[in-house]
Ligand binder design. Structure first.
Ligand code: SF4
Length: 363
């Protein structure tokens, strides 16, 4: 599921548990970072998923973002949403929308704080990316049903060269169907997109144009719909090392996990990662066992956290030297860098000893 999304009302940077309870999907989109499909079988047992939510709330995570695969295919979705509400977490679901108009699904979605629906272009582009004729028509019908049911809906759009010229029309569609937010996410070479979208990814110029279009649309729709794009100028990144985990948070081992790691990701195979789905295994927290998240934190913060901040520090230095693209999505850049050879111990030792406080960036 394309998720840059799922940010409902509330502060940006709110500590979030990204839970991917299953990898199965009713679609097999060309740009899917999770390589989901109807044939994917990885799935969290409900006990493990509920336990992870309970423990994450104890660790200070205030928001639950449920993605997939297609979360509406997870039989225990309602239990996940209800548990997060009972723990005082806000919940957001990211869905492709095709099942969202069904009565039983609407009943679950009504219990969420936000539902993000993917729209990736006008009919031709959206249906082609999704590999399903009339997919957009189905999504729009579901959007109407959700808005009629009083659900707070946002639209998330994965932007590539295939749809970059259609953003203004997509904004018009989102607004006219009652979305309160439009989140533009630049498609990155992750998962299936690594093979099928390489020649369609936005380059530097395309990102600059998207950034400007988003600024204009944000002004145009300021009364009715929040428009955002998940790109940050590298000068901002240079000023806020926490955006790339570029410096360790001071006294990390004594802090609540949510103060150190703003995004905790639980994947359908039980792997737990920092930052984003599919993050490099050398930086991961480990695998959920019968005790859930509990045993994973202390060894991670004492070891691999340093490796993550060394990797972030290298990227941060590039931003400070004004190298590379002028606009970037910090999570995606870190995620791609994490796929390379792990940062060496020598680099970890050389990493800056200075620390930031947890408030120095959206980390
Ligand atoms: S709908 Fe979302 S999860 Fe399903 S294949 Fe498409 S991008 Fe992946």
């Amino acid at each position: 599921m394309m998720d840059g999304s799922a940010r409902g009302p509330g502060p940006v940077g709110e500590p979030t548990l990204h839970l991917h309870p299953l990898r199965r999907c009713n679609l097999a989109c060309a740009h899917c970072y999770a390589s989901s499909s109807p044939h994917a079988t990885d799935r969290l047992e409900p006990r493990a998923a509920l336990q992870a939510i309970r423990q994450a709330a104890r660790w200070g995570y205030r928001r639950l973002a449920i993605s997939g695969g297609e979360p509406l295919l997870y039989p225990w979705l309602g239990e996940l949403v209800d548990m997060s509400a009972g723990l005082g977490m806000r919940s957001a679901i990211v869905t492709n929308g095709l099942l969202a108009g069904r009565g039983d699904k609407l009943a679950v979605l009504k219990r969420c704080d936000t539902v993000a629906v993917s729209i990736d272009g006008l009919a031709a582009a959206h249906d082609a990316l999704r590999g399903r004729p009339r997919a957009l028509a189905g999504v729009l019908a579901a959007l109407d049903s959700m808005v009629d049911a009083g659900i707070h809906v946002s639209v998330v759009c994965g932007v590539s060269r295939l749809n970059a010229s259609e953003i203004e029309e997509i904004a018009g569609i989102a607004s006219s169907h009652g979305a309160s937010a439009l989140q533009l996410h630049v498609v990155s070479p992750s998962g299936r997109a690594r093979d099928s979208m390489l020649s369609h990814l936005l380059g530097e110029r395309g990102m600059q144009e998207l950034y400007l279009v988003a600024r204009v649309l944000a002004g145009l729709y300021r009364e009715s719909m929040h428009v955002s794009v998940d790109l940050v100028h590298r000068d901002v990144v240079a000023a806020l090392p926490g955006l790339l985990y570029g410096m360790p948070v001071s006294h990390a081992a004594q802090r609540a996990p949510a103060e150190v790691l703003g995004v905790l990701v639980v994947e359908p195979d039980g792997n737990v990662n920092p930052v984003c789905f599919g993050f490099g295994a050398a930086y991961g927290l480990g695998h959920l066992g019968s005790a859930g998240l509990a045993p994973l934190w202390t060894p991670w913060v004492a070891g691999r956290y340093e490796r993550l901040t060394a990797l972030g520090g290298q990227l941060w230095e590039r931003a400070r030297r004004r190298e590379g693209a002028s606009l970037l999505n910090p999570s995606d850049v870190l995620g791609q860098a994490s796929q390379g050879p792990p940062v060496s111990q020598a680099a970890v030792r050389l990493a800056r000893p200075s620390c930031v406080t947890a408030a120095d960036g959206a980390y």
